[in-house]
Design a protein around this ligand. Structure first.
Ligand code: GUN
Ligand code: FE
Length: 433
């Protein structure tokens, strides 16, 4: 018999989640039963054994899984909306590298990084995978801010030791030793916040650097993130730099950075069928970043081809090439992008449905964190409570309410955020206040 001291909690409301890309589960006035960090189950009627547990009743509101962002550049936050009439390589040179170089100064990071964590919290992004900059101390600050916030994140110190301006290029040995220092200091500090290896992309990484990072990944069981095939100019440059290689993916693969540990590759606009097959076989995740695809005129990732070949796909805001933190806005942009891709493909690549992108922005990306992004048994209870009353009548189906919220709602509709069973409260925007 349960008593008042049981850690089990019950949440009541209009529950919507996506256990698979083809399925949306809705429970009107349903219950989610949570034991400490994890979901025990969702129920239309509360089983007798949980009737004495603490109940939080959210009434007519929606309860959704927290949003997952697989690709976000924290030191580009202050540059959102700037220089987006450029293509990738000039944008990196003129806007991104100069802004990122400011994070050498810890006091600048102390100004910007609390705003990043706050923005993710505000937008309901309960888990994110983050590129920091090349700077060790600023990266540690960002890791600490995430740990203090209660949000989940992978945070990587960027590695780049060639083909970038002097004010940001790293010495290869220092890049490796500082990466190792972060891994050693942070791998066991938090279960929710972890370091991740972050070679920026092939053009800015020497072969010895990639080789050693691949070895670190195996020696320390550490996840990996990078970029691939975002822009045609970038793909051509990679071919020039590595004429001996079969393709872009096989360069990462050759150096142990392509699924040798769980890996995310952002963008995937121009991958060949062979590369997509290698991603599927190696379990490499693709982070689809539609806003960045448009803003930098890169092209549109053919998401349907990746799904058909069995690649795990999640969504990324790609701030600052993406201008919005909100994953719902990335979801709806992914639907729009897929419709253009459908037309471009002679109507062969089926457009994405809203339920499919909702899956990608919750459980699809959440898998990278383990059992995250759903309310199935044993999943971490990462949840958002949404009050959509001012968006119109609630006398429509839960699927329609979800759809409407994703298209026209925003952060002001999010009443509560939970990560791994704990409510996450507003983090401080500025240090010390
Ligand atoms: N490729 C290499 N670096 C970057 C970056 O910072 N943003 C984007 N969108 N692509 C990249
Ligand atoms: Fe990026």
């Amino acid at each position: 018999m349960l008593n008042n001291y049981e850690p089990i909690k019950v949440y009541k409301g209009n529950i919507v989640y996506s256990p698979s890309i083809n399925r949306l589960t809705t429970l009107e006035n349903g219950y989610i039963v949570v034991n400490k960090e994890e979901v025990i189950g969702t129920y239309q009627d509360l089983p007798a054994e949980y009737q004495n547990c603490e109940l939080r009743d959210f009434g007519d509101r929606l309860i959704l899984p927290g949003f997952v962002d697989l690709h976000f550049h924290a030191p580009q936050f202050a540059n959102r909306g700037l220089g987006l009439d450029k293509e990738l390589l000039p944008w990196l040179e003129e806007y991104t590298f100069p802004e990122e170089s400011k994070f050498k100064d810890l006091s600048y990071a102390k100004k910007i990084y609390p705003q990043v964590v706050h923005a993710l919290w505000k937008n309901g992004t309960t888990r994110s995978v983050i590129f920091a900059s090349v700077h060790k101390d600023s990266t540690k600050l960002l890791l600490d801010l995430f740990i203090d916030s209660g949000l989940g994140a992978f945070v990587g110190k960027v590695n780049m030791d060639q083909n970038c301006p002097d004010f940001i290029v790293e010495d290869s040995n220092q890049s490796l030793s500082e990466t190792l220092e972060i891994i050693q200091e942070y791998s066991k500090k938090s279960t929710l916040v972890q370091p991740i290896l972050t070679p920026r992309f092939v053009p800015t990484c020497s072969i010895p650097l990639m080789e050693k990072l691949g070895a670190f990944a195996m020696d320390h069981n550490i996840h990996i993130q990078s970029h691939i095939s975002e822009n045609q100019g970038e793909v051509d440059w990679v071919k020039e730099l590595h004429p001996e290689s079969l393709d872009y993916a096989s360069i990462y693969h050759q150096y142990g950075l392509f699924g040798h540990q769980p890996t995310i590759m952002a963008h995937c606009v121009f991958n060949t069928d062979q590369e997509i097959d290698l991603m599927a076989k190696s379990g490499v995740y693709a982070a689809h970043c539609p806003h960045a695809n448009y803003n930098l005129a890169s092209g549109i990732m053919p998401v349907r081809s990746f799904l058909e070949k069995g690649v795990s796909v999640g969504l990324g805001s790609d701030v600052g090439a993406g201008h919005q933190v909100s994953i719902p806005k990335v979801m709806t942009a992914a639907v729009q992008a897929s419709k253009i891709k459908w037309l471009e493909s002679g109507k062969t690549l089926e457009p994405l449905k809203l339920s499919e992108v909702f899956y990608l922005g919750t459980k699809g990306g959440g898998k990278f964190f383990g059992k995250v992004g759903s309310f199935e048994p044993a999943y971490a209870f990462d949840a958002l409570v949404i009050d959509d009353q001012d968006l119109g009548t609630i006398d429509i189906s839960l699927t329609e309410r979800l759809e409407r919220y994703l298209y026209i709602g925003d952060d002001r509709h999010i009443l509560k955020r939970f990560v791994a069973g704990k409510e996450v409260f507003e983090p401080k925007k500025l240090p010390g206040i």
